[in-house]
Design a protein around this ligand. Structure first.
Ligand code: AP5
Length: 214
């Protein structure tokens, strides 16, 4: 199974991807997590990505296309994968189309999560993440079992630098200008399913699960 989770920053893509991964035993491919890991490791890719990410801009298409292309042929992705945060431009969607054709695979679902802008602001304001695990929590709506610690690794949870209000405003603008057209691209190909992302994490996951079985 190959699933794309699509939507604006803070809509809940990473949260739902975690549930889908655990439930369906799929590989979770988050370009944001991969880029943050590259920044933390100080690789060449990380050096190129850091200033763009800090500013809330997109990393060049060819860089993210190549990391996904290398990743989807790894053995742990053989049973299927979830793309979270990719594709984010029409050029990336076209790149994905080509790479899937090359390995004779096709997309099963493209889910566009939709929530009100005010809800996005609330979700983002309370977000805490495990830097190593990539696990996402919310102080109120999706708290860890032990306050401030990741359930999976026990590491201290942190706030992401790009969750600062000013950067977040820019990320939403970048989303409208460069990423929103990707939904129309999939819609024109009959691939897009819009999913109401309001409500609890479990309620949203229930809608995603139902859409997969319909
Ligand atoms: P990335 O890490 O992909 O960020 P994003 O897509 O902007 O999305 P977020 O991670 O901010 O939000 P999310 O939708 O996953 O929400 P979450 O589940 O965390 O990208 C970061 C940067 O990397 C980009 O700006 C860019 O520079 C670069 N990049 C990445 N991919 C790229 C690409 N393909 N091309 C070019 N550049 C790229 O949820 C948010 C909060 O809400 C959490 O606290 C969560 O606990 C809470 N929450 C979730 N669901 C619910 C619910 N139902 N009810 C209440 N709270 C909820």
């Amino acid at each position: 199974m190959i699933v794309i989770l699509f939507g604006p920053p803070g809509v809940g893509k990473g949260t739902q991807a975690q549930k889908l991964k655990d439930d369906k035993n799929l590989c979770h491919l988050s370009t944001g997590d991969m880029l943050r890991a590259a920044v933390a490791a100080g690789t060449e890719l990380g050096k190129q990505a850091k200033s763009l990410m800090d500013a809330g801009d997109l990393v060049p298409d060819e860089l993210v296309i190549s990391i996904i292309k290398e990743r989807i042929i790894e053995p742990d992705c053989a049973g299927g994968f979830i793309l979270d945060g990719f594709p984010r431009t029409v050029a990336q969607a076209e790149g994905l189309d080509k790479m899937l054709k090359a390995v004779d695979k096709q997309l099963d679902f493209v889910f566009a999560l939709e929530v009100d802008e005010e809800e996005i602001i609330d979700r983002r304001a309370g977000r805490m993440v495990g830097a190593k695990s990539g696990r996402v929590y919310h102080a109120v709506h999706n708290p860890p079992k032990v306050a401030g610690k990741c359930d999976e690794t026990g590491e201290d949870l942190i706030q992401r630098d790009d969750d600062k209000a000013e950067v977040m405003r820019h990320r939403l603008k970048v989303y409208q200008e460069q990423t929103a057209p990707v939904a129309a691209w999939y819609e024109a190909r009959g691939k897009l399913t819009r999913v109401d992302g309001m409500g609890s994490v479990e309620e949203v996951y229930g809608r995603l699960s139902a859409a997969m079985t319909n």
